[in-house]
Every structure is written in C-alpha cells, then in structure tokens.
Design a binder for this molecule. Sequence first.
Ligand code: SF4
Ligand code: SF4
Length: 406
Amino acid sequence: MKSPTNNNKLTRRHFIKKSLFGTGILINTGKYFQIKGKKLVSKEIDMKYRILGKSGLKVSEIGLGRLETQGENVLSYAFDRGINYIDMPAEYIKGEEGRMLKLKNRRDKVIIASKIITTHNSTKQETMKLIENVLKRIQTDYIDIIMIYNVGTIIRKHGVTKHIERLKNEDVIEAVNQAKKDGKVRAFGISTHGGDFKDYINYAIDSGHFDMIMLKYNFMAFPEEKELLKKAKQNNVGSVAIKVVGGAYDQKIKGYEKSRTPEFRRAAIKWVLSNPNITNLVIRMPTFEEVDNCIRALDEKYGYNDRILLEKYASSVKPYYCRWCSTCTQACPYDVSIPDIQRYLMYFTNFEYKEEAVEKYADLLPEQKADCCFNCNAPCENKCLNNIPIKEILTEAHEILSIKTL
Ligand code: SF4
Ligand code: SF4
C-alpha cells in the first residue's frame, strides 16, 4: 500500500499551472490571482501535518468536511495546496461519482475518512458488507479511516438505539481488523457529536481497539473535552475536531461583521490547533477563498484579537448555544433528545442542511421528539449550566422540523 506523500512543496504558481489555468477559472493579474473578480491570497503558506495516533497516518492540520458542497476545482485546489485529509461519509455521497473519479489520480496522496453505521448486534458479515459498500461508493480499493458513525445518537432507521454496546460489538471489531489485514482499511475510529460523549470516548481510548476519535471541539469546549484529548494523546489515539466554528450563528457581534467572517473562522481554527493534543480538524471549504482563508490560519498565531473575537461570539450565543453535554436530559420525564434536537435545528437554521435536519428529526423515536415540551413546566432548564431556554427552543424546533416537505 502506498503511503500518503507531502504536497507542501508545491508553490502557488505550480498548482495554478498544474490544475487551474487550464480550466480558464483563474486569471493571473501579476500580483494576485483572481476568480471571477475576487482576489485570492497571494502569500504562499506551507501546509502543516500531524500524525494521527497509532495509525501513523500523516494528516494535514486542516481537512475537508462535507465534501458534497465543494466543486471539483475547489477540491483540486485544496489538494494542490497540501490538504490531504478528507471526511467523506459514504451516506452523503449522492451522485458525486464523477467528482470522485478525480481522486483516482491522486488516491495515494489523499487520506479518506468514512463511516459505517453498525449496531450493537451487527454481524461480522454485515460489517464487512458495509465496508465494501463504502469502497464501492467512493470508488476506491481501500479506505484510510473507517469510523463507527455518530456514537451517542439514535439512528432508528438503522436500528441504532444502544451506544456503548456498539463499540463493544466484537463482530464489528473483528470485521474491521480483518479488513485491515486485507489492506482495505488502514485505521479504525469512532465519530461522536455529543450526548454522553465522555463515556464513549473514554471507552474507545481504554479499549485499545481504536486508532482515532472524531469529536466536537471548539472554543466553547468544556474542560472535560480537553482532558479527553490529553488522554487520547497519551494513549496514542488520534483526534479529529469537528464543529470548530461553534454553530456559525449569524447574529451580529458588536464590532465585527457576521460570525462567518474570514477572521472569525481563522480565529476558531487557530484556537483548535493551538492544542497540541488535537491531531487535526475538518471544516467546510466550499470556495477557493475559504480554502485560502483556512490555510492562512496555519500561518498565524492565536492571539489577543482572536481571543476577543471568540469571546464576544461565545457570550453572544451563550443564551442558546447547546454544548450537547446532556446534563439536562436526566431531568426530562419524557426522554426528549434535548441536545440532538438542538443540533438538528442548528443544521436547519445555520447551515444549508434543511432536508437532512428534517430527516434526522423524523427518525427520532416518538418519545424523543419535542411534542411533550408544549405542556411541560421544563424541569430540564434548571439543570442547564448555560441557562438555555430549552422549552422555547425545542418547541420552535418541533414546529420547524416537523414539516413534511421542503
Ligand atoms: S421542556 Fe419538559 S419535555 Fe421538554 S425537554 Fe424539558 S423537561 Fe423534557
Ligand atoms: S441544553 Fe444545556 S444542559 Fe442540555 S445538553 Fe445543551 S448545554 Fe447541556
């Protein structure tokens, strides 16, 4: 099996010659390169890499998330600039085969991470089939990282209702180990969003079966998350951060533009990468400018201005930013999925994932939905350290996410 190579010696001029001038997309104006009249950063910045735990994979500090939002040329551009990590859950690949073909010429330079939805009672044969399906959909002979998808969240349509038991399923572990021996998988991990993430991550680290973890980690992280990352590092388990921009709420922040400014995104990236215990992060980079902006963050130190920017954002979203800690859930007499519903609402309102948000809400068990919040005196709210108006948010979420068609 070929190992990934480091692309960081490519110069800006080189990548343009190699991949984009030919398309007529870029114009060389002398000082800057332009796309449709927009200036790109002209400074050359080397990509930085870290090792993903015991897998030994050398991954770029920033990776591509939500591939389906990136055009082919943006994807090529990102690879040419040294980004080599790509998060590609097979379930999100819809009619993208043409774009995936572009990977074939550089397959050995790209580290693809994907996920399988196994349950507590998946058999070895079923798990092998899931892995084969991932390979088929991505059109590759091997996958670099395979993760057990979204541990901690019920995915009813796939029979996923138990969590830590998913990680203990020996058949799944055997199947992935077999796939490793067969050269079809290089590393094994878990992805998690929240909920009782501490339990899952602690188990994943302690069990010794997993090479990496993917977890929500941003400037509004709980101290426990930092501790978990430290423990992961000590045990040579790699860690990939997701949700690094803290929900991308679009309200105005005093003294700044909207939260999706390039400065804000760079500050959020710098904060995550300033922790030496994290391996890398994935973030959406749907445009050339976003690729440039994210890479630029690698060349800057996290500093005072970043801290002020992030603190302002954090304090402005605090009244409604759920950290998915699940502290409140035990106070709910109805078993409502409080953090998951808030996450789905965020997908709907802050990102472009409206269909996915509605689908995910529809997939919750009846007792997990927020119907019962309307006539409840909300004991959950007393447990939330952030004083989030849970009832108000969940009833709103129920109304938005219960729509049948979009
Ligand atoms: S408002 Fe009531 S039903 Fe809704 S989540 Fe809170 S405790 Fe549960
Ligand atoms: S509502 Fe509050 S207590 Fe509940 S999961 Fe979110 S942040 Fe945690």
